[in-house]
Design a binder for this molecule. Structure first.
Ligand SMILES: *Cc1c(COP(=O)(O)O)cnc(C)c1O
Length: 219
């Protein structure tokens, strides 16, 4: 694991991109091994699994929710989550705000954008994102802060398609960060790239990669 992490970190360095180690399905012992190699940001896609791991891992771990989040589960992760990368509706954002208000904590969120051809993936279309960001001003949600965008490319061998999808996400990120400014947004992250496509994502302007199998092995 050490060599894999070191290689990835060396590749990220020229881009100043951050690594989120996607540890879904892996046991706590494996996460601890990564922790002991210096990893602090871990990505999980299920609330219950993340809760169980959070209880057992050191307190300085940064927990990233990267999977589709149901509104009724939000209350279980707001006390500790570091970044919710998978906000895919205004309704979900409102629920995060409501639960975060109860504990007086501001939760950083990324809006997930649907960039893939497949229709199985969650996320806003670019049009929906613009709409949402323009209404945010009126929505009165002081306990959420939008800090960027997240997207997943199509699961395909067609790397030019993957590249185009990443490019469209980075272009959208540049546009919204130029045009949308409000106390509730701070444009910091364009989260794109997984084990099979992170090098392309970096070339296309990723600031945060989410890598699982290339670190921990196949699931
Ligand atoms: C599982 C997952 C990843 C990591 O996938 P790998 O191919 O194992 O690197 C990244 N992002 C999201 C949203 C995921 O669900």
């Amino acid at each position: 694991m050490r060599e894999k992490i070191e290689l990835i970190l060396r590749e990220l360095e020229p881009y100043m991109a951050e690594l989120v180690a996607v540890s879904k399905t892996k046991p706590v012992e494996v996460l601890l091994e990564a922790y002991n190699l210096g990893i602090r940001a871990f990505g999980e896609n299920k609330v219950q699994e993340m809760n169980e791991k959070e209880a057992q891992m050191p307190k300085d771990v940064e927990w990233h929710m990267i999977g589709h989040l149901q509104t009724n589960k939000v209350k279980y992760l707001v006390p500790y989550v570091y970044l919710i990368q998978s906000v895919d509706s205004l309704r979900l954002l409102a629920e995060i705000n409501k639960q975060a208000a109860k504990i007086n904590r501001v939760i950083d969120c990324l809006c997930q954008i649907h960039i893939a051809q497949e229709d199985t993936k969650f996320g806003f279309s670019p049009e929906e994102l613009w709409q949402m960001l323009q209404n945010l001003h009126f929505a009165n949600m002081p306990y959420v802060r939008i800090v960027g965008l997240m997207g997943m490319a199509s699961n395909t061998d067609n790397m030019s398609q993957v590249r185009n999808e990443f490019r469209s996400l980075r272009t959208l990120y540049d546009e919204v960060s130029r045009k949308i400014s409000s106390p509730q947004v701070e444009w910091m992250h364009c989260s794109m790239g997984m084990s099979n496509d992170y090098r392309i994502a970096l070339e296309e302007g990723s600031t945060m990669v989410r890598i699982g199998s290339a670190i921990f092995g196949a699931r």
